[in-house]
Every structure is written in structure tokens, then in C-alpha cells.
Design a protein. Structure first.
Ligand code: SF4
Length: 486
């Protein structure tokens, strides 16, 4: 019999098929390209837990991976607050509770700790799961609470757990949803123990690409390259019509099927293997940019627990910038800055301002990200408000041209620079770099400046980080130059 944990149950709610695959054919289950990111989230979760434990000075920390039998012994020994007690019911449903408090009437209060800063639906579902297992094991749960980060918290000196965290009583909500969650848990437990399921399709066949997980291809082997899921902003309703008529590939879409102008262009690009370029608009847009052009890219380090004074939960610290500046005559200069400790990038802004001045146009890829960082820095480093405001008022997003005016079937419906660059400028590639994306960059930088056990060579790490960010802005320069040629 397969055991069902809280994480399994949440996965079951999102997708029963992928959980079945994980339990029954683990070698076929794809872990996913975000595992580094997930690892970071898990580490942050542990960090929040450590602060939450400080709210319970009499709590007893059970050893990592301690068994339900050990929990029982500790409960019998009359400890009032346990961290990480575990419970297993007879159907193989397992729960490890973050904090369990025994109340004076011999009932129990469950606390679940979250690194989010609000109570989400998923949080309620998993707290309900915990209550179910405890009750099944013969304990009465009279209260359930969530401990999460206080979104209004701003660090000032030493972090006080009572200010950093908020305790929200969710007993009422849990009582209301309890019976339906119990039915779902039973269904999940039965489902993972099925000997076989239909492995030839999954329910996301009817959903848009953002809802697909890494197991989508396993369950939908008949979906061809250039599939309907790649069509930009296609609705679930349209996908359903196409799937029901067995039109899974872009090449199968009937000529009279209703699509927006942009979507039609994308379909045409695939059908004719053609690149569709709206030359007048691209020319007009590029001509409107004021020289010098500053191609800019930030790398950031977001943390659940703020590390620097004035910062709040989940704020991003800018730790690196690359700028390629192009003059009207084509002359190119480069500026880069990489922080070497957790501190506000005041020195970076000073040098950036010296390099660019308050002139010309700033160009980035997915500009709302850079603009949001500038808005944050306006609050934290107000002495640069003129410069930061100038940047945001003169920011152009190069990516927008690839949403509407430059359609190439080889982008597979994506406007990511990682997809566009190799098609337009195949001589440039991220594949030879040690650091290949933003998640790797923040992970390695975070370890270098924040982990006393960091084993890497600092000089090499810095070189790798600089090379990655530099390519991001050089890529924009090359794409810009390519657009001028059309
Ligand atoms: S894509 Fe398929 S397998 Fe993946 S989560 Fe969705 S339904 Fe499940």
C-alpha cells in the first residue's frame, strides 16, 4: 500500500495522474526544471519554521524523521507543545504537524507554518489534511491556526518573531470544509493504489500551457511538435473545441477556425515555415528610442525572511547589473557590477548613474521586472530617486515587439530571450555558460555570500555570474541590431 502524505494530497488535488505516476512509475516521473527554485523555497520554509518555534518557548523539538510511535511516547510523557510530531492512520495516511499544542481540556491545537504572507486555499486544504490524520489517530483537534509571514513587517535590527509572524485562527473554515476534504483524501488514497490508470491522456489536455506539468508529454504522447498549446494566449474554450475534434497540432487547425490576428499570424508562420515581420511598426518603434540606448538587466535575490533593514518578506535585493550602452554611431560600452555581500546596492546605483547619466532610453527584456526593482529601490535608497524615476520613465521593453510584430514559428509561441536569441543570433548561446538562468544565478550568489559552508571558488563564481548577466544585455544589443536589418 502506498503512503499518502500532505504533499501527495496537494499534488493529487492539482493532478491525480501525475501523483499516480510518481507513486507507481517513479522512473517515468519528471522532477521538473524548477527543482533549484523549489529547493530554495524549502530552505526558506525551514528558516520561517525556526522563527515560528521561538513563539513557543516550552516546545519540544522531535528529532528529524522521528516516527509516529516516538510521537506517541512524547505525548504520553505530557509535553504540552511538540514540534514536528508525526501520525499515521490505518489507511496509510501520514501527517507531520509543524506545531502541536495540548490544551487544558485535553484537546489539541494544530499550527501550520507557511512562508507565504496570506492564507491561501491550498493552505486550508493541507491544514485540514493534518486535522483529519490526527482525528483518525484518536486525538480531538479543537483549534487550527496558520502561522505566516506578516506582509507589513519591515526589518529593523534583530528580527522579533512576534512582529515577523502572524497567527491566524482558521478553525471555522476548516470545520466547514472538513467532510469534503475527507472524501478527497479517501479518493486520493484509493487512486494511488490503483494498479493501472489511463496513461494515454490527462485532464490538462483541455487546459492552457501554463497548467501543464513536466509529465504532460508522458500522458499525451500524441501531441505533436508545434501543438495548439503553443498558440499565444489561446483560451481553454478554444483548446477544448480543437481537442474534441482531435486537432492537436497547429498544422491540423481548420482554416476557418476563429483565432485572433496575432494567433492567426502564428499559425501561418508554422504552416508556411515563414517569419512574419511587421516592418513599419518595428522601424517606427525603434526610431522613436532616444540615444544613447542603455540595455539593462538586473539579477535579484528574493528572500522570504528579510535580510536587510527596511526590507519586508519576499522583497528582491538587486545584487547585480549589466548595462551595454550604444551611442547613435553604434559605439558600444559596457558596465557591470556584482555585489559581494547582503547589502543595499547603493554603490551600484552610484556607479550606474555615473555610467549612464540621466540621458537616453533604458531597454530591458520584460521591463516590468526591472521597473518594479527600481520602485523598491526608490523607497530603500531615496537619494537616487531622480535617477530611478528617470529610468522608469524612459524604459522600453524590447520583448513587446516579439508579442505582436515579429512572429517566428521557431520560438514555439514563447517570447523568452532564451528562445528568441538562438533563432535570431545562433552564434550567441547560453548553453556554454556555467550559470544559465536567473534561478541558478540567485542560488549561487546566495550561497556565495550567505552560506558559511560555501565550497566554490569565489573568483570563478563571480566570473561565471558576470558572464551570464553580460550575455543577457549583449543578447538584447544583438537582437536590436538584427531588427534594424529587416
Ligand atoms: S499536465 Fe497532466 S499530468 Fe501534468 S498536472 Fe496537468 S493533468 Fe496532471
Amino acid at each position: 500500500m502506498h503512503q499518502l502524505t500532505k504533499t501527495d494530497y496537494i499534488q493529487y488535488i492539482n493532478c491525480p495522474e501525475s501523483l499516480w505516476l510518481l507513486k507507481n512509475r517513479p522512473s517515468e516521473f519528471t522532477k521538473g526544471e524548477f527543482s533549484l527554485f523549489l529547493e530554495k523555497l524549502i530552505k526558506e520554509g525551514y528558516e520561517v519554521e525556526e522563527y515560528a518555534k521561538l513563539l513557543f518557548p516550552i516546545g519540544l523539538d522531535l528529532p528529524e524523521n522521528s516516527t509516529p510511535q516516538y510521537t506517541k511516547q512524547q505525548l504520553n510523557a505530557k509535553h504540552k507543545v511538540l514540534f514536528q510530531p508525526s501520525f499515521l492512520n490505518q489507511k496509510g495516511v501520514f501527517a507531520r504537524i509543524d506545531v502541536l499544542e495540548k490544551l487544558s481540556d485535553n484537546t489539541y491545537h494544530i499550527y501550520e507554518i507557511k512562508s507565504a504572507s496570506s492564507v491561501k486555499k491550498e493552505t486550508l486544504q493541507d491544514a485540514c489534511f493534518q486535522k483529519y490524520v490526527l482525528q483518525e489517530c484518536g486525538y480531538t483537534v479543537s483549534k487550527v491556526s496558520i502561522i505566516h509571514l506578516n506582509k507589513d513587517y519591515r526589518k529593523q535590527g534583530v528580527i522579533q518573531p512576534k512582529e515577523l509572524l502572524e497567527i491566524v485562527d482558521i478553525t471555522e473554515q476548516i470545520n466547514q470544509m472538513y467532510s469534503s476534504i475527507v472524501n478527497e483524501i479517501n479518493a486520493a488514497s484509493n487512486f494511488i493504489n490503483k494498479e493501472s490508470i489511463n496513461e494515454n491522456e490527462c485532464s490538462s489536455r483541455y487546459k492552457t500551457r501554463t497548467n501543464h506539468c513536466d509529465s504532460f508529454n508522458y500522458f499525451n504522447k500524441d501531441v505533436p511538435e508545434y501543438s495548439i498549446y503553443e498558440i499565444a494566449r489561446i483560451s481553454a474554450k478554444k483548446i477544448k473545441q480543437l481537442v474534441d475534434d482531435n486537432h492537436l497540432g497547429i498544422l491540423d487547425i481548420p482554416l476557418d477556425f476563429e483565432l485572433s490576428t496575432i494567433q492567426q499570424a502564428q499559425v501561418e508562420s508554422v504552416r508556411k515555415e515563414l517569419v512574419l515581420i511587421n516592418k513599419p511598426i518595428i522601424e517606427k518603434t525603434l526610431n522613436s528610442l532616444q540615444f544613447p540606448l542603455h540595455f539593462i538587466d538586473y539579477e535579484t535575490f528574493p528572500t522570504a525572511i528579510p535580510k536587510i533593514d527596511n526590507m519586508g518578506p519576499h522583497n528582491h535585493l538587486v545584487f547585480q547589473v549589466s548595462i551595454h550602452t550604444m551611442q547613435e554611431n553604434g559605439e558600444l560600452t559596457h558596465f557591470e557590477w556584482l555585489g559581494d555581500k547582503l547589502e543595499q546596492p547603493t554603490a551600484m546605483l552610484k556607479k550606474m548613474q555615473e555610467f549612464t547619466g540621466l540621458t537616453g532610453t533604458f531597454i530591458s527584456w520584460n521591463a516590468p521586472f526591472e521597473m518594479s526593482r527600481n520602485k523598491d529601490m526608490l523607497v530603500w535608497i531615496p537619494q537616487f530617486s531622480n535617477f530611478l524615476n528617470y529610468m522608469n520613465m524612459h524604459m522600453f521593453d524590447l520583448m513587446t515587439l516579439f508579442k505582436t510584430d515579429y512572429v517566428d514559428y521557431r520560438f514555439h509561441g514563447s517570447t523568452s530571450i532564451k528562445k528568441v536569441l538562438p533563432v535570431l543570433c545562433p552564434q550567441f548561446s547560453y548553453s556554454n555558460l556555467e550559470v544559465q538562468d536567473g534561478t541558478m544565478a540567485l542560488d549561487i550568489w546566495g550561497r556565495m555570500v550567505n552560506d558559511p559552508d560555501f565550497k566554490g571558488d569565489r573568483d570563478t563564481t563571480r566570473k561565471n555570474l558576470l558572464a551570464y548577466c553580460k550575455l543577457d544585455t549583449l543578447a538584447m544589443v544583438e537582437i536590436y541590431k538584427k531588427l534594424l536589418l529587416f
